[in-house]
Ligand binder design. Structure first.
Ligand SMILES: Nc1nc2c(ncn2[C@@H]2O[C@H](COP(=O)(O)OP(=O)(O)O)[C@@H](O)[C@H]2O)c(=O)[nH]1
Ligand SMILES: [Mg+2]
Length: 330
Protein backbone atom coordinates (compact mmCIF):
# COMPACT_ATOMS: atom_id res chain seq x y z
CA UNK A 1 0.00 0.00 0.00
CA UNK A 2 1.17 3.52 -0.73
CA UNK A 3 1.64 6.06 2.04
CA UNK A 4 -1.54 7.84 0.90
CA UNK A 5 -3.56 4.63 1.06
CA UNK A 6 -2.19 3.77 4.48
CA UNK A 7 -3.00 7.25 5.82
CA UNK A 8 -6.50 7.02 4.40
CA UNK A 9 -6.91 3.66 6.11
CA UNK A 10 -6.06 5.27 9.47
CA UNK A 11 -2.51 3.98 9.83
CA UNK A 12 -0.93 6.15 12.54
CA UNK A 13 2.61 5.17 11.67
CA UNK A 14 2.11 6.23 8.08
CA UNK A 15 0.65 9.54 9.27
CA UNK A 16 3.57 10.06 11.65
CA UNK A 17 5.95 9.51 8.76
CA UNK A 18 4.17 12.10 6.65
CA UNK A 19 4.28 14.60 9.53
CA UNK A 20 8.03 14.14 9.85
CA UNK A 21 8.48 14.63 6.12
CA UNK A 22 6.45 17.83 6.32
CA UNK A 23 8.48 19.11 9.28
CA UNK A 24 11.69 18.41 7.37
CA UNK A 25 10.23 20.16 4.31
CA UNK A 26 10.86 16.98 2.36
CA UNK A 27 9.51 17.13 -1.20
CA UNK A 28 8.05 13.60 -0.93
CA UNK A 29 5.87 14.80 1.97
CA UNK A 30 4.46 17.64 -0.09
CA UNK A 31 3.67 15.26 -2.96
CA UNK A 32 1.77 13.03 -0.55
CA UNK A 33 -0.04 16.05 0.85
CA UNK A 34 -0.99 17.19 -2.63
CA UNK A 35 -2.54 13.78 -3.26
CA UNK A 36 -4.41 13.97 0.03
CA UNK A 37 -5.49 17.58 -0.30
CA UNK A 38 -8.93 16.95 -1.91
CA UNK A 39 -9.86 15.14 1.31
CA UNK A 40 -9.25 18.17 3.52
CA UNK A 41 -11.81 20.76 4.60
CA UNK A 42 -13.84 18.63 6.97
CA UNK A 43 -12.03 19.04 10.29
CA UNK A 44 -13.00 21.74 12.75
CA UNK A 45 -9.80 23.65 13.53
CA UNK A 46 -9.46 25.12 16.99
CA UNK A 47 -6.62 27.53 17.76
CA UNK A 48 -5.69 27.79 21.44
CA UNK A 49 -3.44 30.64 22.33
CA UNK A 50 -2.28 32.58 25.37
CA UNK A 51 0.78 33.56 27.37
CA UNK A 52 3.31 30.89 28.38
CA UNK A 53 2.24 29.24 31.62
CA UNK A 54 -1.43 30.21 31.32
CA UNK A 55 -2.28 26.51 31.19
CA UNK A 56 -2.80 25.94 27.47
CA UNK A 57 -1.30 22.44 27.35
CA UNK A 58 -3.18 21.33 30.45
CA UNK A 59 -6.42 22.68 29.01
CA UNK A 60 -5.80 21.23 25.55
CA UNK A 61 -5.30 17.82 27.15
CA UNK A 62 -8.66 18.05 28.94
CA UNK A 63 -10.40 19.54 25.95
CA UNK A 64 -9.18 16.74 23.68
CA UNK A 65 -10.56 14.12 26.07
CA UNK A 66 -13.90 15.91 26.41
CA UNK A 67 -14.31 16.36 22.63
CA UNK A 68 -13.45 12.72 22.13
CA UNK A 69 -15.99 11.54 24.71
CA UNK A 70 -18.79 13.88 23.73
CA UNK A 71 -18.57 13.72 19.95
CA UNK A 72 -16.87 10.39 19.34
CA UNK A 73 -14.81 12.08 16.63
CA UNK A 74 -11.06 11.70 16.57
CA UNK A 75 -8.87 14.52 17.87
CA UNK A 76 -5.46 15.73 16.73
CA UNK A 77 -3.33 18.09 18.80
CA UNK A 78 -0.63 20.23 17.20
CA UNK A 79 1.49 21.88 19.90
CA UNK A 80 3.61 24.65 18.45
CA UNK A 81 6.37 25.32 20.94
CA UNK A 82 9.06 27.90 20.57
CA UNK A 83 12.40 26.20 21.08
CA UNK A 84 14.23 29.22 22.43
CA UNK A 85 16.92 28.51 25.03
CA UNK A 86 14.52 29.83 27.68
CA UNK A 87 11.60 27.61 26.87
CA UNK A 88 13.37 24.61 25.38
CA UNK A 89 12.12 22.48 28.26
CA UNK A 90 8.52 23.17 27.35
CA UNK A 91 8.58 20.66 24.55
CA UNK A 92 9.46 17.77 26.79
CA UNK A 93 7.10 19.06 29.48
CA UNK A 94 4.21 19.12 27.04
CA UNK A 95 5.01 15.65 25.80
CA UNK A 96 4.97 14.35 29.34
CA UNK A 97 1.78 16.12 30.38
CA UNK A 98 -0.02 15.08 27.26
CA UNK A 99 0.91 11.44 27.76
CA UNK A 100 -2.43 10.87 29.53
CA UNK A 101 -4.05 10.82 26.14
CA UNK A 102 -1.65 8.69 24.22
CA UNK A 103 -3.37 5.44 25.19
CA UNK A 104 -6.36 6.46 23.06
CA UNK A 105 -5.83 5.62 19.37
CA UNK A 106 -8.43 8.26 18.49
CA UNK A 107 -6.11 11.01 19.74
CA UNK A 108 -2.89 11.98 17.99
CA UNK A 109 -0.53 14.52 19.53
CA UNK A 110 2.28 16.21 17.66
CA UNK A 111 4.69 18.73 19.16
CA UNK A 112 6.43 21.01 16.72
CA UNK A 113 9.63 22.85 17.42
CA UNK A 114 9.97 26.25 15.82
CA UNK A 115 13.14 25.68 13.90
CA UNK A 116 14.22 28.31 11.48
CA UNK A 117 12.13 31.23 10.38
CA UNK A 118 8.76 31.95 11.91
CA UNK A 119 7.16 32.12 8.50
CA UNK A 120 8.47 28.60 7.95
CA UNK A 121 6.80 27.46 11.13
CA UNK A 122 3.45 28.90 10.08
CA UNK A 123 3.74 27.15 6.73
CA UNK A 124 4.75 23.82 8.20
CA UNK A 125 2.02 24.00 10.82
CA UNK A 126 -0.60 24.65 8.13
CA UNK A 127 0.59 21.54 6.27
CA UNK A 128 0.56 19.43 9.43
CA UNK A 129 -3.02 20.58 10.07
CA UNK A 130 -3.94 19.65 6.49
CA UNK A 131 -2.42 16.19 6.98
CA UNK A 132 -4.57 15.56 10.09
CA UNK A 133 -7.62 16.90 8.29
CA UNK A 134 -7.04 14.60 5.30
CA UNK A 135 -6.43 11.65 7.62
CA UNK A 136 -9.98 12.14 8.91
CA UNK A 137 -9.42 13.77 12.30
CA UNK A 138 -12.64 15.55 13.20
CA UNK A 139 -11.07 18.06 15.58
CA UNK A 140 -7.65 19.62 15.22
CA UNK A 141 -6.45 21.59 18.25
CA UNK A 142 -3.55 23.92 17.58
CA UNK A 143 -1.75 25.21 20.68
CA UNK A 144 0.38 28.30 20.12
CA UNK A 145 1.98 30.82 22.44
CA UNK A 146 0.19 34.09 21.78
CA UNK A 147 3.40 36.04 21.54
CA UNK A 148 4.62 36.51 17.99
CA UNK A 149 3.11 37.38 14.67
CA UNK A 150 3.38 33.80 13.40
CA UNK A 151 1.53 32.45 16.43
CA UNK A 152 -1.21 35.04 16.13
CA UNK A 153 -1.46 34.18 12.46
CA UNK A 154 -1.79 30.47 13.19
CA UNK A 155 -4.39 31.05 15.87
CA UNK A 156 -6.54 33.42 13.88
CA UNK A 157 -6.79 31.17 10.86
CA UNK A 158 -8.51 28.42 12.84
CA UNK A 159 -12.28 28.09 12.66
CA UNK A 160 -12.57 28.77 16.35
CA UNK A 161 -9.92 30.73 18.23
CA UNK A 162 -9.77 30.23 21.99
CA UNK A 163 -7.72 32.75 23.94
CA UNK A 164 -6.56 31.73 27.41
CA UNK A 165 -5.73 34.12 30.22
CA UNK A 166 -4.59 33.38 33.73
CA UNK A 167 -5.51 35.73 36.58
CA UNK A 168 -2.70 38.14 37.42
CA UNK A 169 -1.77 39.56 40.80
CA UNK A 170 -3.27 42.98 40.11
CA UNK A 171 -6.72 43.45 38.69
CA UNK A 172 -5.48 44.24 35.22
CA UNK A 173 -5.51 41.66 32.47
CA UNK A 174 -2.09 40.55 31.33
CA UNK A 175 -1.22 42.44 28.21
CA UNK A 176 -2.71 40.57 25.29
CA UNK A 177 -0.85 40.67 22.03
CA UNK A 178 -2.49 43.18 19.73
CA UNK A 179 -4.89 41.49 17.39
CA UNK A 180 -5.45 38.49 19.59
CA UNK A 181 -8.40 39.76 21.60
CA UNK A 182 -10.08 40.76 18.35
CA UNK A 183 -9.37 37.30 16.97
CA UNK A 184 -10.88 35.54 20.00
CA UNK A 185 -14.10 33.60 19.50
CA UNK A 186 -14.03 32.21 23.03
CA UNK A 187 -12.11 33.59 26.00
CA UNK A 188 -11.11 31.43 28.94
CA UNK A 189 -9.83 32.62 32.28
CA UNK A 190 -7.95 29.53 33.36
CA UNK A 191 -6.61 28.91 36.89
CA UNK A 192 -9.95 30.10 38.22
CA UNK A 193 -8.95 28.39 41.47
CA UNK A 194 -6.50 31.24 42.02
CA UNK A 195 -7.47 34.69 43.34
CA UNK A 196 -8.24 37.37 40.79
CA UNK A 197 -10.18 35.20 38.35
CA UNK A 198 -13.39 37.24 38.60
CA UNK A 199 -11.43 40.44 38.10
CA UNK A 200 -9.84 38.95 34.99
CA UNK A 201 -13.27 37.98 33.66
CA UNK A 202 -14.56 41.53 34.22
CA UNK A 203 -11.47 43.07 32.63
CA UNK A 204 -11.82 40.86 29.57
CA UNK A 205 -15.52 41.63 29.30
CA UNK A 206 -14.88 45.37 29.30
CA UNK A 207 -12.05 45.00 26.80
CA UNK A 208 -14.48 43.06 24.59
CA UNK A 209 -17.12 45.76 24.93
CA UNK A 210 -14.60 48.36 23.82
CA UNK A 211 -13.74 46.25 20.81
CA UNK A 212 -17.37 45.32 20.08
CA UNK A 213 -17.93 47.95 17.39
CA UNK A 214 -14.60 47.37 15.78
CA UNK A 215 -13.65 44.38 13.81
CA UNK A 216 -10.19 43.43 12.59
CA UNK A 217 -9.34 43.29 8.93
CA UNK A 218 -6.06 42.00 7.59
CA UNK A 219 -4.84 43.52 4.37
CA UNK A 220 -2.97 41.39 1.86
CA UNK A 221 0.34 42.06 3.63
CA UNK A 222 -1.06 40.48 6.77
CA UNK A 223 -1.13 43.86 8.53
CA UNK A 224 -3.90 44.43 10.97
CA UNK A 225 -6.30 47.24 10.23
CA UNK A 226 -9.29 47.99 12.35
CA UNK A 227 -12.41 49.31 10.72
CA UNK A 228 -15.94 50.03 11.81
CA UNK A 229 -17.98 46.87 11.85
CA UNK A 230 -19.96 46.54 8.66
CA UNK A 231 -20.28 42.83 8.27
CA UNK A 232 -23.03 40.94 6.53
CA UNK A 233 -22.33 38.03 8.84
CA UNK A 234 -24.38 37.74 12.00
CA UNK A 235 -22.50 38.91 15.08
CA UNK A 236 -20.95 36.50 17.53
CA UNK A 237 -20.35 37.68 21.06
CA UNK A 238 -17.32 35.86 22.42
CA UNK A 239 -18.20 34.29 25.77
CA UNK A 240 -15.78 34.69 28.68
CA UNK A 241 -15.56 31.40 30.55
CA UNK A 242 -13.73 30.27 33.65
CA UNK A 243 -11.77 27.03 33.86
CA UNK A 244 -9.58 25.05 36.20
CA UNK A 245 -7.76 22.93 33.66
CA UNK A 246 -5.84 20.92 36.26
CA UNK A 247 -9.17 19.66 37.70
CA UNK A 248 -11.13 19.58 34.46
CA UNK A 249 -13.41 22.40 35.67
CA UNK A 250 -15.18 24.43 32.99
CA UNK A 251 -14.15 22.11 30.15
CA UNK A 252 -17.69 20.97 29.44
CA UNK A 253 -18.80 24.61 29.09
CA UNK A 254 -15.86 25.21 26.78
CA UNK A 255 -16.95 22.35 24.52
CA UNK A 256 -20.50 23.82 24.54
CA UNK A 257 -19.10 27.19 23.45
CA UNK A 258 -16.94 25.65 20.71
CA UNK A 259 -19.87 23.68 19.35
CA UNK A 260 -22.11 26.75 19.47
CA UNK A 261 -19.47 28.73 17.59
CA UNK A 262 -19.13 25.96 15.00
CA UNK A 263 -22.92 26.00 14.44
CA UNK A 264 -22.84 29.81 14.22
CA UNK A 265 -20.12 29.68 11.56
CA UNK A 266 -21.97 27.12 9.48
CA UNK A 267 -25.26 29.00 9.67
CA UNK A 268 -23.82 32.42 8.80
CA UNK A 269 -21.31 31.52 6.10
CA UNK A 270 -18.40 32.24 8.43
CA UNK A 271 -16.98 28.78 7.99
CA UNK A 272 -16.42 29.35 4.30
CA UNK A 273 -14.98 32.81 4.91
CA UNK A 274 -12.49 31.44 7.43
CA UNK A 275 -11.47 28.67 5.06
CA UNK A 276 -10.92 31.26 2.36
CA UNK A 277 -8.80 33.39 4.70
CA UNK A 278 -6.75 30.46 5.87
CA UNK A 279 -6.11 29.05 2.40
CA UNK A 280 -5.40 32.50 0.98
CA UNK A 281 -2.72 33.11 3.59
CA UNK A 282 -1.30 29.64 2.86
CA UNK A 283 -1.10 30.39 -0.85
CA UNK A 284 0.42 33.85 -0.32
CA UNK A 285 2.96 32.57 2.20
CA UNK A 286 4.09 29.86 -0.21
CA UNK A 287 4.22 32.27 -3.09
CA UNK A 288 6.24 34.74 -1.02
CA UNK A 289 8.71 32.08 0.05
CA UNK A 290 9.21 30.84 -3.50
CA UNK A 291 9.61 34.32 -4.93
CA UNK A 292 12.18 35.16 -2.27
CA UNK A 293 14.10 31.94 -2.91
CA UNK A 294 14.07 32.55 -6.63
CA UNK A 295 15.17 36.13 -6.17
CA UNK A 296 18.03 35.25 -3.82
CA UNK A 297 19.17 32.55 -6.22
CA UNK A 298 19.11 34.89 -9.21
CA UNK A 299 21.07 37.66 -7.46
CA UNK A 300 23.67 35.52 -5.75
CA UNK A 301 24.87 35.82 -2.23
CA UNK A 302 27.50 38.51 -2.92
CA UNK A 303 24.99 41.08 -4.09
CA UNK A 304 22.82 40.55 -1.06
CA UNK A 305 25.81 40.62 1.29
CA UNK A 306 27.05 43.84 -0.31
CA UNK A 307 23.61 45.38 0.09
CA UNK A 308 23.46 44.40 3.75
CA UNK A 309 26.98 45.78 4.32
CA UNK A 310 25.93 49.06 2.80
CA UNK A 311 23.02 49.25 5.25
CA UNK A 312 25.23 48.23 8.18
CA UNK A 313 27.64 51.02 7.20
CA UNK A 314 24.70 53.44 7.09
CA UNK A 315 25.53 54.29 3.49
CA UNK A 316 22.07 53.22 2.34
CA UNK A 317 18.76 52.62 4.01
CA UNK A 318 17.15 49.16 3.86
CA UNK A 319 14.51 50.59 1.52
CA UNK A 320 17.16 51.99 -0.81
CA UNK A 321 19.05 48.72 -1.18
CA UNK A 322 15.85 46.80 -1.79
CA UNK A 323 14.85 49.25 -4.50
CA UNK A 324 18.32 48.94 -6.04
CA UNK A 325 18.22 45.14 -5.90
CA UNK A 326 14.81 45.05 -7.53
CA UNK A 327 15.94 47.40 -10.30
CA UNK A 328 19.37 45.92 -10.95
CA UNK A 329 19.60 43.82 -14.08
CA UNK A 330 21.83 40.81 -13.87
N1 LIG B 1 -3.66 26.43 39.86
C1 LIG B 1 -3.77 26.04 38.58
N2 LIG B 1 -2.68 25.69 37.90
C2 LIG B 1 -2.83 25.31 36.61
C3 LIG B 1 -4.10 25.25 35.99
N3 LIG B 1 -3.92 24.84 34.71
C4 LIG B 1 -2.61 24.67 34.54
N4 LIG B 1 -1.94 24.93 35.69
C5 LIG B 1 -0.50 24.84 35.92
O1 LIG B 1 0.15 25.90 35.25
C6 LIG B 1 1.44 25.47 34.78
C7 LIG B 1 1.57 25.74 33.29
O2 LIG B 1 0.66 24.91 32.58
P1 LIG B 1 0.83 24.57 31.03
O3 LIG B 1 -0.38 23.78 30.66
O4 LIG B 1 2.16 23.99 30.75
O5 LIG B 1 0.78 26.03 30.41
P2 LIG B 1 1.15 26.51 28.91
O6 LIG B 1 2.55 27.01 28.97
O7 LIG B 1 0.19 27.62 28.66
O8 LIG B 1 0.98 25.35 28.00
C8 LIG B 1 1.55 23.99 35.12
O9 LIG B 1 2.28 23.87 36.31
C9 LIG B 1 0.09 23.58 35.33
O10 LIG B 1 -0.04 22.49 36.21
C10 LIG B 1 -5.26 25.60 36.78
O11 LIG B 1 -6.40 25.59 36.32
N5 LIG B 1 -5.02 26.00 38.05
MG1 LIG C 1 2.23 24.48 26.49
Amino acid sequence: MSLVERIRAGDRLALARLLTQIENEDAAGFDTLTELFPRTGRAHLIGITGAPGSGKSTLVNRLAMELRHRTGATVAVVAVDPSSPFTGGALLGDRIRMRDLSGDPGVFIRSMASRGALGGLARTTASVVDAFDAAGYGWVLIETVGAGQAEVEIARTAHTTVVIEAPSAGDDVQAIKAGILEAADVLVVNKADLPGADNAVRALQSALELAANLRPVWDHHGRLETVEAASAEPAWTPPVLKAVATQGGGISELVDAIQAHGAHLKAGGGRRRRDQERLRSQVLALLGAHLLDAFLESRGREQIDAAVESVVGRRSSPRQVVEALLQARR
